[in-house]
Design a protein around this ligand. Structure first.
Ligand SMILES: [Zn+2]
Length: 331
């Protein structure tokens, strides 16, 4: 029973549970504390506090408080034992995105345990520890994800279905650096960059979601669009926080409409300068699609053979890249 309890607490946060029940809250000063109306009594001023880090709640109005199990006991009028069973059932129906969140968190913890992964991230020019943390960069060494997730109570069937685990029972992302694609704070897919000989790019067989970090990037009137997440990482690091990424050169209709969701926005397309012209061709096609949709587009020409990542790796500075933006032309 104790093991059950610990598993449940690891798998579901009190805050998530409350949010799923449509409890609305705002941050209360500190990053970890949230406040909203108390679910247990009527009130005109919010007095129900949740500490997301400690996973505890407390109401200053009715002085009720405790952890997730206590919350279920109170809200559902159940005994401790019944509350556990109730939560287990609730978890069985939890969305797959929660599984992806848990996976991303697990891989993130692994990153610093494997020098080859840290070295790869550094080699790609991403050095700012705060940025690495913010992007949730992780590492799949391979071979230990299945046990971790099964220990948390997820079924092997679900792991296979999401494509996290291959039929041999190993991590599908084996020996890949992982960056989660998030929307409204939840992982909707995982991008894995091979650090070995396997094909470089991998996503789970599900939608890649909207444009990367659109919640923040969408606020800019000038947006830089790149092909890869390592392009995005070096640009964010250099101060170009208005950079987004579609992971590849093909934009879904939903991503395309995101680019045009604010009138007057200008999109700088900074795809790879490929020797076979693939990136340049994709840039022109996309610029045309954007112009047809009434969105201003400019094509950024980097030196031959470069993508934004390799350009910075070759010693370019923020000023050099800015100069490329200034030279960018429309169709
Ligand atoms: Zn209360």
């Amino acid at each position: 029973m104790h093991q059950d309890l610990e598993q449940l607490k690891q798998r579901i946060s009190l805050l998530e549970y409350l949010q799923r029940r449509n409890w609305t809250a705002r941050r209360s000063g500190s990053r970890q504390e949230f406040v909203g109306f108390c679910p247990f009594h009527a009130e005109t001023r919010p007095s129900f506090y949740v500490n997301a880090r400690k996973n505890l709640f407390y109401c200053h109005g009715c002085e009720r408080g405790g952890d997730l199990i206590r919350f279920v006991e109170l809200s559902e009028h159940l005994s401790f034992r019944e509350s556990l069973a109730y939560l287990k059932q609730h978890m069985a129906a939890a969305p797959e995105s929660e599984l992806l969140d848990k996976t991303a968190a697990f891989y993130q913890l692994q990153l610093h345990r494997y020098p080859e992964a840290v070295e790869y991230v550094q080699q790609r020019g991403v050095r700012d520890p705060a940025l690495i943390e913010e992007l949730g960069v992780g590492y799949a060494r391979g071979g230990n994800l299945r046990r971790h997730l099964v220990d948390l109570g997820y079924s092997l069937d679900l792991l296979l279905r999401t494509g996290l685990i291959n039929p041999q029972g190993r991590d599908a992302f084996c020996r890949r650096v992982i960056i989660p694609c998030r929307q409204q704070g939840r992982a909707v897919n995982l991008y894995g960059r091979s650090i070995g000989v396997a094909f470089p790019h991998r996503l789970l067989p599900r939608s890649k979601g909207g444009l990367f970090a659109w919640e923040s990037v969408g606020a800019f009137s000038t947006v830089i669009l790149v092909e890869g997440l390592f392009d995005l990482a070096v640009l964010w690091q250099a101060g170009f926080r208005n950079t987004t990424c579609a992971i590849g050169t093909h934009l879904t209709p939903a991503q395309l409409s995101q680019l045009g969701d604010q009138p007057g926005r200008c999109i700088y397309i900074a795809f790879d300068q490929d020797p076979n012209q693939a990136g340049q061709h994709a840039s022109r096609l996309l610029a045309q699609r954007l112009e047809n949709a009434g969105v201003n587009a400019r094509i950024v020409a980097l030196p031959p053979g470069h993508d934004p990542n390799s350009y910075f790796m070759a010693g370019a500075t923020a000023a050099d890249f800015l100069a490329c933006l200034q030279r960018a032309q429309g169709l």
